[in-house]
Design a protein around this ligand. Structure first.
Ligand code: MG
Length: 396
């Protein structure tokens, strides 16, 4: 492509929610490599003020959101001097995603706290690059309804990006099955007995992907794959029975679609989140140069195997919540958020995560997930209940 051509490229006005997290930082690497194609209009962070300020100086957004009020107060003057508008508190995510001038919003926050901003962006007809899988797990029906307002939803999760890529030029009616691959995390092949004494450090040592703490623990329990099953169900409108999970420890095949004629399409690359992030930001185009090239000769072998649902009960629980429907998936996610936090703080054992979520889900009576308030109320109740359960168990 010639330089003059690039000068004529229309810039995308980009907002990144969660810009200081792992996905947010990698997204800014993509933006940095394609500076002529983007104007960064807004960035948000929860509490990492120092990282955010570095990004502000580099990308010069008009607006930043900081949800932690203390951190926001400490940066107020500096931001004012730089001419950057500041939004604070939890609402700042919604304020940013509804910015008039934003046309592309990347939602990369962690947890279902990202749901209102997802809805807000779609209702305003914006293109939403979604890395916040909890938006779909907690409020899938609402998100799909909000999409009817004319916005566009592009998956950033590597598996869903793979499926989305395999579905280009295809009709959903031709899909027989979606095959989600799972690296299996650090504990693939282990028994429950062997996982009794797992430490936080061991759970955080993921063999193939470098990610934030919450999602790394979710990958070790396979709850992450469970959340992705639910995410795929809503994103692609495919029934749970038709979504299969396959262990694939190399993390090179990011997922596959099996069609009615017996063909299977797959998307492959080395595990590098910048690839699915860049695809969501460039869609429907593909931009080079690549961040990572995949040398299949060097990789040599790709293997696939069954996932042990007894050891990794969280994956089973996600299917169970999916079949229950309504608010059950929001409840599953809320219980898991509390349980993972307790594990990271040393208040709950590794296997206790799945056991706790199981007890919460067994006691949950799903309601219709028709509006945001219902979901928020259910999440609040479930989180409280989960905290009490964990206190009672005394970390078991
Ligand atoms: Mg994923």
């Amino acid at each position: 492509m010639s330089a003059t051509h690039i000068e004529n490229v229309e810039r995308k006005n980009l907002v990144i929610l969660g810009s200081t997290g792992s996905i947010g930082r990698q997204a800014l690497e993509v933006v940095e490599a394609h500076r002529e194609r983007f104007s960064v209009v807004g960035l948000s962070a929860h509490s990492r003020g120092d990282v955010l300020m570095e990004q502000v100086r580099l990308f010069k957004p008009k607006v930043v959101g900081i949800s932690d009020r203390e951190v926001a107060d400490s940066l107020r003057e500096t931001l004012k001097d730089l001419g950057v508008e500041l939004f604070t508190g939890e609402d700042c995510l919604c304020e940013l995603s509804s910015l008039e001038e934003a046309d592309l919003v990347l939602n990369a926050v962690v947890g279902s706290v990202g749901l209102p901003a997802t809805l807000e962006a779609l209702r305003r007809g914006k293109t939403l690059a979604l890395a916040n899988k909890e938006s779909l797990v907690a409020g899938g029906e609402l998100v799909m309804k909000a999409l009817e307002k004319g916005g566009k939803l592009l998956p950033v999760d590597s598996e869903h990006s793979a499926i989305f890529q395999c579905l280009q030029g295809e009709e959903v009616t031709g899909v027989e099955r979606i095959i989600l691959t799972a690296s299996g995390g650090p504990f693939l092949g282990k028994t429950r007995e062997e996982l009794k004494e797992v430490t936080v450090e061991q759970a955080l040592a993921h063999p193939t992907w470098k990610m934030g703490r919450k999602i790394t623990v979710d990958s070790a329990t396979l709850m992450n794959k469970g959340l992705e099953v639910i995410e795929a169900h809503f994103l692609f409108g495919v029934e749970y029975q038709k979504i299969k999970v396959l262990a694939h420890p190399q993390s090179v095949v990011h997922s596959m679609v099996e069609f009615k004629d017996g063909s299977i399409k797959a998307q492959l690359s080395l595990p590098d989140m910048r690839i699915p992030i860049a695809y969501a930001l460039s869609y429907p185009e593909r931009w080079g140069p690549p961040f990572t090239t995949t040398d299949l000769e060097r990789i040599g072998e790709l293997t696939f195997g069954k996932v042990d649902l007894e050891t990794f009960k969280c994956l089973n629980l996600a299917y169970q919540a999916g079949f229950m429907g309504g608010t059950a998936t929001a409840a599953l996610n809320a219980a898991n958020e509390v349980a993972v936090e307790a594990f990271l703080q040393g208040r709950l054992s590794f296997l206790g995560i799945g056991d706790t979520v199981e007890r919460v889900l067994d006691q949950h009576h799903p309601e219709k997930a028709e509006d945001l308030n219902t979901i928020i109320e259910v999440e609040k109740e479930v989180k409280e209940k989960t905290r009490l359960l964990i206190e009672d168990r005394g970390g078991g």
